[in-house]
Ligand binder design. Sequence first.
Ligand code: GLU
Length: 306
Amino acid sequence: MSMDRCAQTPVVGRFAPSPTGPLHLGSLVAAVGSYCLARCRGGRWLVRIEDLDAPRVVPGAADDILRTLEAFGLQWDGEILWQSRRAAHYEAALERLRAKGLVFDCACSRREILASAPHAGEEGAVYPGTCRAGLPPGRRPRALRLRVPRRTLCVADGLMGLQEQHLADAVGDFVLRRADGLFAYQLAVVVDDAASGVNQVVRGADLLGSTPRQFYLCECLDVAPPRYFHLPLALGPDGEKLSKRQGAVSVAQGAAPSVLLRRVLAFLGQPVPPEAAGEKPADLLAWAAAHFDETRIPRRSAVLWI
Ligand code: GLU
């Protein structure tokens, strides 16, 4: 049993799906993990729909995801936050960063960045700094970027240990508002978590590489960073990372919720003994939250059957 259960500050966790399709297996792991790690500490668990990227939003997907969460007994607290309704908050954050001299206009297209980037960082092409000191003559602003410092950021992850990233070398000055006018995920996530009082972020390890950027944005916006826990990734039956096709399969098409929930809990190192809880998803979750031991969560990706 974790010492953290006695933590003083009430825990506020969250699940933040993107409605680009139905709830898939990887997202279910994040939902169950974030739910149990909040509930086992007597904390609240919020849901935020990350429908920021309108062109990628699939009509009906958000409702479908919410219904699936309910079918799995994953009942959230309070109102759902919809990113598509929060542009004014992202704009305000951008203004604060601008006032600190941390934002600059960038004229570069993706193709130009790929062509001129000296090397690929851990997170793809590193921004080469072309517009950092001002737009080159004759160029029009496209995106807004955040200046990053030349220092290594250290972020403690509750599961994956200390994460170190030299932002300038690994990523470079990153986008806050895209050329199409949409606010970037990195900015929205930090603004929303802070606004909702989220102090515990539990999600898949595929987002580990984004964490230093978010941690740095917290620093720039003077908000306390949450505690991070990055869960192992669920692999497909072939032992490979879930492909687009497998990854997109709705959990609603898989085994019955109680069966799948037991599998997900076992995947997270929290098997529910056959006779311990009823077959209702909510009862399984209640049992899992009451007996949750974060030290048993595996650090490695593993196969998870749908
Ligand atoms: N919306 C992101 C996703 O569905 C998750 C973002 C987060 O948890 O910070 O992958």
